[in-house]
Design a protein around this ligand. Sequence first.
Ligand code: TXA
Ligand code: MG
Length: 310
Amino acid sequence: MKSNQSNIKKAKKYLDNYECIAVPTETVYGLAGNAYSDTSVKKIFKLKRRPANNPLIVHYYNLKSLQNDCKINDEFKKLYYNFSPGPITYILKLRRGSKISKFVTNNKTTIAVRFPKHPLIRRLLKILDYPLAAPSANISSKLSSVQPSDVKEEFGKKLKYILKGGRCSIGVESTIINLSSKAVILRLGGLNVSKIKKILKKQVLIKNKLKHKISPGLFSVHYSPGIPLRMNVKKPTKGEAFVLIKKRKINLRDYFFLTRNNNLTVAARNLYPLIRKIKNKGYKKIAVEKIPNIGIGQTINDRLKRASKF
Ligand code: TXA
Ligand code: MG
């Protein structure tokens, strides 16, 4: 605990000096900088090699800290009180006069906001006098990082500091909902859409298809392992790493398992690290068996589909 405290102070120091650092969240690690500073935000884009037209998510401690930056509405409040802090990102209208750097939003009139739940980033946000702009801590279009070693693999020495918070408990990115006009899901993620519908008491459209270009970050090539990936595979071909949802007795060298017991939440948590591991073992191709398309299984399938566009 004590060492955590000094690490949080160290993290604050880097951020106060307009540096960007990696921070843990419950979904994936973020590459964070002061969202009010052009200098900090520009560093994030450069380090991540992110196209300037792909806006960033801004992370806040609580509702109060966000009110000067964006306009909130009733649907937002309902979802906020039920699911935040947690794996949901809201697109809201930016307030005129807000201090958010124009590079965060790419000059748009909307802003993506999130309240992460991981205790370390919450303690950090609480002592900062600015919110944190943070995309996932990976080189643009590559796999997200869910543990400090992934972040190191992505950025090496170019990154000044990683606030280490262990392995991410959810392991896939947040669910994004646009609330700046009619409620629409823009990205499937860690929070089930069925839960959102229940709170809003209505159907909510999912517009995350590759052809919808509302969220510029949802380009077709995304979450890419850097080697070809096939999904819904019954039988792998020679030399392919074969990913199965549940551990089976077969002990073939090229077989890898997402879970011991079929639990989809666990499968989501293990997805990115397993794909990273397979790639690092030197495999040139990955095949994944059919994953049940229910609950967070939908998010897993969404990511596999994007990864397979390589
Ligand atoms: O779980 C997460 O959301 C992680 C952690 C670090 O919070 N962050 C994350 O950020 O996944 P990133 O930058 O990898 O993905 C953010 C997505 C991008 O697809 C971006 O285009 C979209 O959010 N986005 C950001 N601002 C937007 C806006 N104003 N309108 C529509 N989409 C927006
Ligand atoms: Mg990302």
